[in-house]
Design a protein around this ligand. Structure first.
Ligand code: ATP
Ligand code: MG
Length: 561
C-alpha cells in the first residue's frame, strides 16, 4: 500500500469527505457539527451514476453520462468499479454489454473510447485511469459545493474487496490527487451512520446489514459490542440485484409492446437502451407510488410507447429476484451460526433497499423484536442510498486530524474481524426459587471485555451461591392450535407468508459448562451481589463476586475456554 501513498496534506489543512464509489452509483458526504450530509453534484444528484462518457472530446460524468448510453454507448464507460485491481480473465463483463466493452491490456482491464474528439482514433483507458477520471470529477463536484478544495476522503468498499483491489483504488484516488485516509467496509459504514444519530443507544447488538445495489447484493452479520464491530459472516450475490429487477421489467414491457406493434424492442441496441433506462425509472417510481408511468418516445420502429404499471404487477414480475433476496438474508444468518431471533436489527442499505416489497418480506422473516430499518418498515430509517457515504464522512471527520501513520494503526482493527467469545457467559444464582440464569456477556462479544451485573440476593439475605456458566441459546418452537382457515381473498401478492402452520418461536437459554462457583456468605437482607466477568485476549476468564457495599469478595481466574 505504502508505495502508492503520496505525502498527503498536513492534518490541519485537510478537507475530508466520505465517499462511496459503487459500480452503479457513487455519493459524497460531508460532516458539519457531527452531522453527515450527502451533497448533490452540479446536476442536483445525490446518487451520482458511476458513468463517464466522451462526446466530441468532452467528458461527461454521472447522470449526463448515463443518458449517453442510448446515443453513444461505445464511448461510455460504466459498471467498472469491481474491475479495479483484477486480472482481465477474472472479471465478469456482463454489465458492460451496453457500454464500452472491457478489453485486455497487459492482463488487466481497459476500455477503448474516443476521448479526444475530431478524427483521432480511440484511446485505451485502463480501468485505473477510468476510476481516476471519475473520482476527479466526483471530488471536483464536492470541492465546488463546499467552496474549498477537498484533499482527502474515507472511502467504502464491499467486505470481499481484495487487497489488490484496495491498492488499485488507493492508487486511482491518489492519481486524482485525493488522499485516502482510510478504507471502511460498506456494512460497517452503514452501522456507523445509524450509531451516530443523536438518539441512538449504543448497546450490544447483532445487526444484519443488507446492502442491495445495482449489480450486486452484499449481506453481513455484524456484532456491535461496546463500540467494537465484528463481522461474523458475509455473503455476496451477483444474481439478485437491482439490474435483475430492471431486466424483469424490460421483458414485461417488451412483450406488451410486441403485442401491440409486433416488433421486439430488444432486437435493436438503441431501443434496448431506452427500454432499460425507462424500466429502471419506472421501478424507482414504484418505490414511492402505487403506480408508475412507462413512457418512451419512438421506442422501436418509430412507435411511441406509454403504459402504466402498478406495484402488484411489478412484485409479480420481479418475484424470483425478491425470493433471491430472502434466501440471501436467511443464508447469512445461518452462516453466522445464528437464528433470526438473535438478530436485533436489519439495516437495509443500497438503492434497491428502497423497494417496499423487499423490506416487507424481511419483516416477515424476522421476529417482531427485530427492527427492520428501511423506509417501508421504519419511520426513523435513514435513506438507504445515503448510509455508506454518511458513515464514511463521519469516520473522515473523526480521523482527519491524525497523522496518516496513526490512522492506520489506530483505526484498522476496530472495524475488522477481532477475536470474540463463541458462547455467552452468564451467572446462575441458586436461590429459594431454584436456579436463575442471568446473561452477562452476550455471544460474539469481542475480547478483551469486561462486564458487571448486580443480582438481588434473597430478601432475607444469608449465603448466596453463584455459578458462572457458559450459555447457549436455543430456539423453542411451540405449534399454535390450528386456526380456522380464513378465506384467501388477499390480493396483495404476499407470496412470502407461509402461515399454514403457525409456530411460536422463542429464544430460551440453555446452560452450558460450568466455569466457576463462588459462595458469598452472610449477605444482609435486601442486599445485592455484584459479579464482574473479565475475559482477556487469550480467552482466559477472571471472575470477581462481592456483596455490593460489603467488604472483600471472591476472585478466581480460569484458563482459556
Ligand atoms: P453496485 O455496486 O451493486 O452495482 P451501487 O452500490 O453502485 O451498486 P446503489 O446506488 O446502492 O449502487 O444501487 C443501485 C440500484 O438501486 C440500481 O439498480 C437502482 O435502480 C436501484 N435504486 C435506486 N433508487 C431506487 C429506488 N428508489 N427504488 C428502487 N430501486 C432503486
Ligand atoms: Mg454498493
Amino acid at each position: 500500500m505504502s508505495d502508492n501513498t503520496k505525502a498527503g496534506p498536513e492534518p490541519s489543512e485537510r478537507v475530508a469527505i466520505g465517499l462511496t464509489f459503487g459500480n452503479s452509483n457513487s455519493s459524497i458526504a460531508y460532516t458539519v457539527d457531527d452531522k453527515a450530509e450527502v451533497i448533490a453534484n452540479e446536476d442536483g444528484d445525490r446518487q451520482i451514476p458511476t458513468v463517464l462518457s466522451y462526446v466530441d472530446g468532452d467528458e461527461y460524468y454521472g447522470g449526463q453520462a448515463k443518458n449517453f448510453l442510448v446515443r453513444n454507448p461505445d464511448n461510455t464507460i460504466a459498471g467498472f468499479r469491481d474491475f479495479l485491481g483484477q486480472e482481465f480473465k477474472a472479471v465478469d463483463p456482463t454489465h458492460c454489454h451496453a457500454s464500452a466493452h472491457p478489453q485486455e491490456a497487459d492482463g488487466s482491464v481497459s476500455f477503448a473510447v474516443k476521448d479526444k474528439g475530431g478524427e483521432e482514433a480511440a484511446s485505451t483507458v485502463p480501468v485505473g485511469e477510468a476510476a481516476t477520471r471519475y473520482l476527479r470529477r466526483l471530488v471536483g463536484s464536492a470541492t465546488d459545493y463546499l467552496g474549498k478544495k477537498v484533499t482527502s476522503a474515507v472511502i467504502t468498499v464491499p467486505t470481499n474487496f481484495s487487497e489488490k483491489q484496495r491498492e488499485a483504488l488507493i492508487k486511482a484516488a491518489n492519481d486524482a490527487d485525493i488522499e485516502i485516509l482510510q478504507i471502511v467496509s460498506d456494512p460497517v459504514a452503514a452501522v456507523l451512520a445509524y450509531d451516530a444519530r443523536p438518539e441512538a443507544i449504543i448497546e450490544d447488538k447483532i445487526i444484519v446489514v443488507a446492502d442491495l445495489g445495482g449489480t450486486r447484493s452484499d449481506v453481513a452479520v455484524v456484532a456491535s459490542r461496546g463500540g467494537m464491530y465484528t463481522i461474523l459472516a458475509t455473503a455476496h450475490d451477483y444474481e439478485f440485484a437491482g439490474v435483475h429487477l430492471d431486466q424483469a421489467l424490460m421483458e414485461h414491457f417488451a412483450k406488451e409492446f410486441q403485442k401491440k406493434h409486433s416488433v421486439d424492442p430488444r432486437g435493436n441496441a438503441r431501443s434496448l437502451a431506452k427500454l432499460r433506462l425507462e424500466s429502471e425509472a419506472a421501478k424507482r417510481a414504484l418505490s414511492l407510488g402505487a403506480n408508475a408511468q412507462f413512457s418512451v418516445e419512438s421506442l422501436a420502429d418509430g412507435f411511441d410507447f406509454s403504459v402504466t404499471i402498478n406495484r402488484i404487477r411489478f412484485e409479480m414480475v420481479g418475484r424470483k429476484v425478491f425470493e433471491g433476496f430472502n434466501r440471501l438474508i436467511e443464508g447469512v444468518v445461518k452462516k453466522a451460526g445464528l437464528d433470526v431471533l438473535d438478530i436485533d436489527e436489519v439495516i437495509m442499505c443500497g438503492g434497491t433497499s428502497h423497494i417496499p416489497r423487499i423490506a416487507n418480506n424481511f419483516r416477515g422473516i424476522f421476529p417482531e423484536s427485530t427492527e427492520i430499518l428501511a423506509p417501508a418498515t421504519s419511520a426513523t430509517a435513514i435513506n438507504p442510498s445515503e448510509l455508506t457515504a454518511r458513515g464514511a464522512a463521519l469516520q473522515a471527520s473523526l480521523i482527519q486530524e491524525y497523522e496518516a501513520t496513526d490512522i492506520e494503526q489506530s483505526t484498522h482493527p476496530a472495524v475488522t474481524t477481532v477475536k470474540h467469545i463463541s458462547n455467552a457467559i452468564g451467572v446462575i444464582t441458586v436461590g429459594p426459587n431454584g436456579d436463575e440464569f442471568t446473561p452477562v456477556m452476550p455471544i460474539e462479544t469481542a475480547v478483551p471485555a469486561r462486564r458487571t451485573v448486580r443480582i438481588a440476593a434473597p430478601k432475607e439475605g444469608g449465603d448466596v451461591l453463584i455459578k458462572v456458566v457458559e450459555g447457549g441459546t436455543h430456539i423453542k418452537v411451540t405449534k399454535a392450535e390450528p386456526k380456522e382457515k380464513a378465506e384467501d381473498s388477499d390480493e396483495d401478492s404476499d407470496f412470502d407468508s407461509d402461515d399454514e402452520d403457525e409456530e411460536k418461536r422463542e429464544k430460551i437459554w440453555k446452560v452450558g459448562s460450568l466455569l466457576a462457583e463462588a459462595a458469598i456468605k452472610g449477605i444482609k437482607a435486601g442486599g445485592q451481589v455484584e459479579v464482574t466477568i473479565n475475559v482477556l485476549a487469550d480467552l482466559s476468564v477472571t471472575v470477581t463476586a462481592r456483596e455490593v457495599g460489603g467488604k472483600g469478595g471472591v476472585r478466581g481466574t480460569l484458563s482459556g475456554q
